[in-house]
Ligand binder design. Structure first.
Ligand code: DMJ
Length: 640
């Protein structure tokens, strides 16, 4: 019989009785049996009264004769002698018997993916996570195609009205934000299109454009250029650690460095024009001038989230001025009075002092805390000497967070980080921006410095503080994902309030009443929008790398699916939403640059199986642009 003597293309374990691979489910049925069965069935169903046993037996006899007649010539010599069954020269000529012949019983045919998935002996088996990672890459390319088709050269895409908009000064921010993501994912076409545009246009834009915000331009544009420079092999010291396949397309590093320097030279005016160490908030690129915001104030986070980029530029350009100006800010911050390490969200560049008492880890406060840690991590050589103060400031601030800002909800004890809008002596506000969801990742990174928890424990590297911070990171990450799962769309609002004992705040929830935390989380009408922000998936990525707990990936996958379902625009791109609590959610006609620069990059890396961009060798700037940890010359040469 066909295939009877050959080896079976599957393991017998896969075709046992019962279970998913029960052969009975796949057996072919004889056509003759089917005809008889059908006749009998039809008879009994429609003509039971007229169809006698005699008629049935006669029909059986006729059928039998017909069967024998048709099988007279139906066997090829090879089959008779049990040899050469695969000899093409003796194949049966097609005739009626072919049609009637009973097909062999075959094992279940699985599609290739299923075969790989169920055979643990195959080394190259693409896992479920690899196929999910591929979906993220497809999403990235879909986002890019919308931008390229309707908004190429603008800062952002308006995916519904098929237009572009310049919300960030007109430097083609989406292109630069997306470039390193494309390199990491191996999206070669996007790398070509983005780097071609940068090479041909960006320098000119920088020399012609007007006002840009120092912080946004540094984290998105300068950070994006420098990261792409590194990943394209610009600095040979660290690029080998990235784990990105050499075959993936890269950009032209020389050109990227040239543009970076030109941009940074202009941005430096914000530092050098200020009477204090605190930079002014805006720069007029073409005029090479800088000015403060209309109210004269800078956001604390904005003034203090510049150093990873400027320090790295000094290191690769050999010019210390970038590092020097940017680091003055943090040295100055060290001297200012704080509330248990916590700082108000405004600072005055004229006086160099904080303005107001509003303390929060959400907007205008967030990345101050992130960069205290990351700048310390980035400059490995100075961790125990000149930059030690940064880790001390970070440690004190996290103690302050735990003491003054962390609370639990009623009834279900979700852990969250609230605010002190009127300082230490004012009332506590149980409000948490989605932006705060960067904190779980930062806490986890601060605890192990990028290595896995397992390794850190084995090497006895974790202090009590580290263990407490890691636990807080896990608790907060849970709260951040519940901010998604509690809504009708499965997407988080921009801001949530939390129900605490004696809390005067009350209000509607997220619309998913089956969620356990429906009564713990309050979402006010004006806070229901979603801008495709990255912070939660960023923390899931870091926590997964550090704890190796698969739940972080599962959570990330659920969030990704919700983005796919409710924010994807058929003609290309993804859209922010007005209200995550209503179905279908109204869309906002805007795709933020960080969806390509951060959100999709972190999801891609969350599902990555090969530790691309290891966290003990890379720091991600606050816009998710990875920069290498700068090791001393001696350390670097040992690892070559
Ligand atoms: C990004 O530009 C950066 O992550 C920044 O630190 C905060 N806001 C957005 C993303 O939400």
């Amino acid at each position: 019989m066909s295939g009877g003597s050959g080896p079976l293309p599957y393991s017998m374990r896969d075709v046992g009785t019962g279970g998913a691979y029960n052969n009975a489910k796949f057996r072919h049925r004889s056509r003759l049996k089917m005809v008889i069965q059908s006749l009998a069935t039809n008879s009994s169903k429609y003509r039971c009264g007229k169809f006698t046993v005699g008629k049935f037996l006669s029909l059986l006899m006729v059928s039998g004769l017909l069967y024998l007649f048709l099988h007279k010539d139906g066997v090829v010599p090879g089959e008779v002698h049990g040899k050469d069954v695969h000899n093409n020269n003796v194949r049966r000529a097609p005739n009626f018997s072919t049609f009637w012949r009973k097909p062999p019983r075959l094992p279940p045919r699985l599609p290739p993916n299923e075969i790989y998935k169920n055979n643990y002996l195959l080394q190259q088996s693409p896992s479920e996570w690899t196929s999910r990672q591929k979906k993220v890459k497809e999403a990235f390319e879909h986002a890019w195609s919308g931008y390229r088709d309707y908004a190429m050269g603008y800062d952002e895409l308006m995916p519904l009205s098929h237009r572009g908009t310049d919300g960030l000064g007109g430097l083609g921010a989406t292109i630069v934000d997306a470039l390193d993501t494309a390199i990491i994912m191996g999206s070669d076409d996007v790398v070509s299109e983005a780097s071609k545009w940068i090479e041909e246009n960006l320098m000119k834009r920088i020399s012609e454009k007007g006002q840009v915000n120092l912080f946004e331009t540094t984290i998105r544009v300068l950070g994006g250029l420098l990261s792409a420079y590194h990943l394209s092999g610009g600095d040979h010291a660290g690029s080998g650690d990235s784990g990105i396949p050499a075959s993936y397309k890269k950009a032209n590093p020389e050109r990227l460095l040239e543009v970076s320097k030109d941009l940074a030279d202009r941005l430096l005016l914000a530092f050098t024009s200020s009477p204090t160490a605190i930079p002014l908030s805006d720069v007029i690129l073409r005029d090479r001038t800088s000015h403060a915001a209309p109210d004269g104030l800078s956001s604390t986070s904005e003034a203090t989230t510049l150093q990873l980029e400027f320090s790295y530029l000094s290191s690769v350009s050999g010019d210390p001025k970038y590092d020097r100006e940017a680091m003055k800010v943090l040295q100055h911050m060290k001297t200012l009075p704080k509330v248990e390490g916590l700082v108000p969200i405004y600072i005055n560049p004229s006086s160099g002092q904080f303005s107001g008492e509003n303390i929060r880890l959400g907007s205008r406060g967030d990345s101050y805390y992130e960069y205290l840690l990351k700048v310390w991590i980035q400059q490995e050589e100075y961790r125990n000497s000149s930059l030690k103060y940064l880790f001390e400031m970070y440690t004190e601030a996290m103690k302050g967070v735990k003491h003054l800002l962390v609370r639990k909800t009623v009834p279900n004890e979700l852990v969250f980080v609230g605010e002190l809008p009127f300082g230490r002596n004012g009332d506590f506000s149980p409000k948490m921006d989605h932006l705060v969801c960067f904190l779980p990742g930062t806490l986890a990174l601060g605890a192990t410095k990028g290595i896995t928890k397992k390794k850190a424990l084995e090497s006895n590297l974790l202090t009590d503080d580290d263990i407490e911070n890691l636990q807080l990171a896990e608790d907060l990450a849970k709260t951040c994902v519940e901010m998604y799962f509690v809504t009708s769309t499965g997407l988080a609002p921009e801001i949530a309030y939390f129900h605490i004992e004696g809390n005067p705040e009350g209000g509607p929830g997220g619309g998913n009443n089956s969620n356990k935390y429906a009564n713990d989380i309050i979402i006010k009408p004006l806070d229901r929008h979603n801008l495709l922000r990255p912070e939660t998936v960023e923390s899931l990525f870091v926590l997964h790398r550090i704890t190796e707990d698969p739940k972080y990936r599962e959570w990330g996958w659920q969030i990704f699916q919700a983005f796919e379902k409710y924010t994807k625009v058929d003609s290309g791109g993804y859209s922010s939403l007005d209200d995550v609590t209503s179905l279908p959610p109204h869309r906002r006609d805007k795709m933020e640059t960080f969806f390509l620069g951060e959100t999709l990059k972190y999801l891609y890396l969350l599902f990555d199986e090969s530790n691309t961009l290891p966290l003990d060798k890379y720091v991600f700037n606050t816009e998710a642009h990875p920069l290498p940890v700068m090791r001393s010359v001696e350390q670097a040469s040992h690892s070559v």
